[in-house]
Design a protein around this ligand. Sequence first.
Ligand code: GTP
Length: 246
Amino acid sequence: MRAGFACFVGRPNAGKSTLMNAIVGQKIAITSNKPQTTRHVIRGVLHREDSQLVLVDTPGLHRPRTLLGERLNDLVRQTWSEVDVIGLCIPADEPVGRGDRFITGELAELKGTVLAVVTKADLVDKKRLAEQLLAVSELADFAEVVPVSAVSGYQVETLVDVMTKYLPESPQLYPDDMLTDEPEQVMVAELVREAALEGVRDELPHSIAVVVEEMIREGGLTKIYADIYIERTSQKAIVIGARGAG
Ligand SMILES: Nc1nc2c(ncn2[C@@H]2O[C@H](COP(=O)(O)OP(=O)(O)OP(=O)(O)O)[C@@H](O)[C@H]2O)c(=O)[nH]1
């Protein structure tokens, strides 16, 4: 039995969320044509007879312009350092660029296995795909380079096999019937965010992010531990009141 954690990383719009949905077989992450839609850490659990792959979806790593941006990047790096397998997604239909090199550099320090996943293979012909596979394998010493298409399903199963191969030997981590704990956690995070924004909209026009860290059920009670991220230290008192009295 193998079990462990995996995540997909890559520049905005690389196809990470769509690929995760294709793997888990259900629409659980938010996808859109606009870059940078993924904001939450999301888990999908893929059960097989002798393995369990737990997928974690991270927000993208961006050049931080604000404290919130820096904190989100810290969160991304933290997730990366905790997973066993990382799939670096690079789209087949766009040249390997600075963004990909930046992320590859960040990944070099990690102990987990790094695979390159060439996404959106359906958008290019065989020749272009072969060229891209070559360009990607020259980027770093990846454990594997796997072309996939989340849209046509090409090689999605193979990718899961390959990822599973690099998971540590371990008993299963989650019960069989658990597909994902994401919708509930995202919903709760949204509720906390709404509550935190209530009445402070004028003072905090945009940036407030909530990440649910833990939900513990105790009888009829659910304890929720969530982190609230704001943009500037000065905004802390606006959300929680002076000295946390709010
Ligand atoms: N043709 C094709 N389009 C794809 C494929 N995978 C993703 N896309 C499209 O590419 C766009 C971006 O996909 P996402 O899955 O949202 O990308 P992401 O990397 O999660 O993006 P961020 O959340 O911005 O980081 C969407 O319009 C998808 O429909 C694929 O295999 N083939």
